[in-house]
Design a binder for this molecule. Sequence first.
Ligand code: GTP
Ligand code: MG
Length: 545
Amino acid sequence: MHRVERIYRRRIPSDRVVTLELCRYLCELSFEIKRQIGLLVNRAGNITLVVVGDNRGILIPPLPRYRTGPSRLRGLRCIHTHLQGEGLTRDDLTDLARLRLDFMVALEVNSKGMPGQAYGAHLLPSTEATELWSLLPAVPAQQWNLDFSQLVQSLEEEFTRLFRSRTVEGKRDRAILVHVSTNGHSQAEDSIAELKELARSSGVSILDSIIQHRPKTDPKFLLGKGKLQELVIRSLQLGADTIIFDHELTPAQARSIADATELKIIDRTQLILDIFAQRAQSREGKIQVELAQLKYMLPKLVGRGDSLSRLAGGIGGRGPGETKLEIDRRRARDRIHRLEREIEAIAKRRTTRRAQRGKKGIPVVSIVGYTNAGKSTLLNTLTHSQVLVADQLFATLDPASRRLRLPQDQEIIISDTVGLIRNLPKDLSAAFRATLDELHDADLLLHVVDISNPECEQQMGAVTRILEDLNLGQKPLLTVFNKMDKVGPEMGQNLSRRHDAVLISALRPETLTTLLERIQSLLRRILAESGAGSISFEAQSACIP
Ligand SMILES: Nc1nc2c(ncn2[C@@H]2O[C@H](COP(=O)(O)OP(=O)(O)OP(=O)(O)O)[C@@H](O)[C@H]2O)c(=O)[nH]1
Ligand SMILES: [Mg+2]
């Protein structure tokens, strides 16, 4: 061991990859202990790390993050011995790419324990169509005469140029999406399609998406090792800095994958939280989102700054209103307590407000449904309002209520709500419980479904399950099939008959007459049954919409 440590005292002149004298020393030692030895050397020629492996490979531990970012090389090269005469392996080249090393050398130890052939490779500023690395022809170690400083300088220049052309698009996260499927193909496709929508809604630029089918997910990395290597290489080719998993990752998995890929790792829950963080407008919404984010991050904070510093900007590190999330464990706990107290106070005020409104006795109809179904559009068309509508997931975070006069002059309050999604993150549904609790006051729920979405039946199922979880399963509910203009008339009619739903297009007021009539007759029945007979329905006809 003493002799291994002595390696640290050496220095390599800055224009050389490695000296022959050091090659000899490494080969001799490697030969003796029958293990590979690897060095990481910085640009000044100092040896910063010595790793002793086994006879087939070395394992480079997570490196401190310095000089990183997709534009630049790491400022470190790896020189290591090979005992079986093999050239650079796939593992070696993946390390070169993953760690963005300046250079990778494999040094053959011959049968006499002396340096044999030297194999070198460096990265190329590649685009999708070009090679990722250049493998230099093997030469006997004695004849190695590469001008290292010049090589590194020209590589850096080319990388910087490539990076500039990529950052023209702005500071968005550049991501590859990953789904690991243990079920059928179509389910994986649908699921990743939704993940794409989520990523798009959070403003991520999506470079690629990958589905891996496995009988079982890998407990540590989710993906298999080969696929993970492919992912690293693919992300370097495309200039991706983020991997978004279509799964909820455990803190340990997120950390292992981040260490193995050196990329920012985000899961589906974090992505949803990020969209919420960007959208929250009201004070209450902001508190709820920040609380959910902190609760989600807390178990991931292990007191080691490194893996979290990857989250510093963009998704995963953004709090409500573009503030940066505090990532210190103790401060996170304090803040969680403070926010929880604030939410309690808000909930109390809300209960009082609700009690007051209850006294007025105006029936409440709440619109619920999967995100992007057209809930806000329906509210707008019915009440001539200007609530934000967008072809994005979770456009609405802060629900709005409006008054509406039904054809027979009955006045109701109609309210929009936050969209629902399958596998709603646990922390998020807890945080939004107060908002969703308002649904308990509704006399009638309108479940809006986007029938043009191929997944609409699964989405309906997800909404029904969430409503049951919220103890709203018994509430009177009218199913409303929206976006009829996007499907054939026959399909719309068949579907709506099968589910006893009203068929509408929220964009077209003339399609809403039946809906209003159904709301009116249902309310009449519901209120009569609940004994709220004092509310009168005057038989006047109004021209609505
Ligand atoms: N073609 C068509 N598009 C519609 C219809 N209704 C809504 N849309 C579109 O669907 C998209 C989503 O509408 P929103 O009203 O924002 O949906 P939402 O349910 O409130 O969505 P979140 O608030 O994000 O949960 C928008 O681009 C609307 O223009 C419809 O009847 N036909
Ligand atoms: Mg909406």
